[in-house]
Write a protein that binds this ligand. Structure first.
Ligand SMILES: Nc1ncnc2c1ncn2[C@@H]1O[C@H](COP(=O)(O)OP(=O)(O)O)[C@@H](O)[C@H]1O
Ligand SMILES: [Mg+2]
Length: 210
């Protein structure tokens, strides 16, 4: 049976992951579109926290606690990913553990130690590295302009997003063995979609939807 591929889109809020993700998922044969945080109870709690509807009573070790919660949510997500890949489907996910490195990293969690946890979870097959991860690079000023309309989330200010972008820029150095590619998020939606499709096709074996 054909083996499914796991593809990740990364990038700051407003970089265009959801918009292009829907298009790309439609162009790959048997492709399931997912995202993190997920729709599990933990995922929903995280979504509430990101938009400020929920918060912890105290702020002690907030970044580490967020990392633990995102990780728990991710473990559940990866059970689903595993099942989809097993039956030959592709999974295109908006965000993965790279987001934890970037966002909880900016919030103060220790990046090398988060990577140790990620490596541990990989070693016991609870999570896995994507076949390719594509980072959509976009200047924070542009991203903020795009998302002005919708509810501003916790990290959505230029100063914080600049720090997040810096970590995204250095992602390959944190994960030297992984297949991480960058694309220009300032491209118009069609050009971005085609560029990402080309990156996917040149990095993983997928079947295009006819
Ligand atoms: N390539 C693009 N060029 C210009 N605007 C875009 C592009 N992709 C998405 N947008 C717009 O930017 C906003 C954020 O896009 P979205 O896909 O929700 O980003 P993300 O999922 O990365 O937060 C939306 O209003 C969307 O219509
Ligand atoms: Mg989105």
């Amino acid at each position: 049976m054909r083996i499914g591929k796991y593809i990740v889109l990364e990038g700051i809020d407003g970089s265009g992951k959801s918009t292009v993700g829907k298009k790309i998922a439609g162009r790959i044969y048997q492709c399931v579109l997912t995202c993190e945080p997920t729709e599990t109870e933990i995922g929903k709690l995280l979504q509430q926290k990101l938009v400020g509807y929920y918060d912890f009573d105290n702020k002690i070790a907030e970044a580490e606690r967020d990392f633990a919660l995102f990780t728990a949510d991710r473990i559940e997500h990866h059970q689903r990913i595993k099942e989809e890949l097993k039956v030959g489907n592709c999974v295109l996910s908006s965000r993965s553990y790279y987001s934890s490195i970037a966002y909880q990293g900016v919030d103060g969690a220790d990046i090398p130690r988060m990577i140790q946890t990620i490596d541990y979870l990989k070693s016991i097959n609870l999570i896995r590295a994507p076949d390719v991860a594509i980072v959509i690079d976009l200047p924070p000023e542009e991203a903020i302009k795009r998302i002005e309309e919708r509810t501003r989330q916790k990290f959505e200010n230029v100063e914080t997003l600049n720090k997040v972008c810096k970590i995204y820029d250095e992602l390959e150095s944190y994960f030297p063995k992984e297949n991480i590619r960058h694309v220009d998020g300032t491209l118009n939606p069609t050009a971005l979609e085609n560029t990402i499709m080309d990156v996917i096709k040149s990095n993983v074996e997928i079947v295009e939807q006819s």
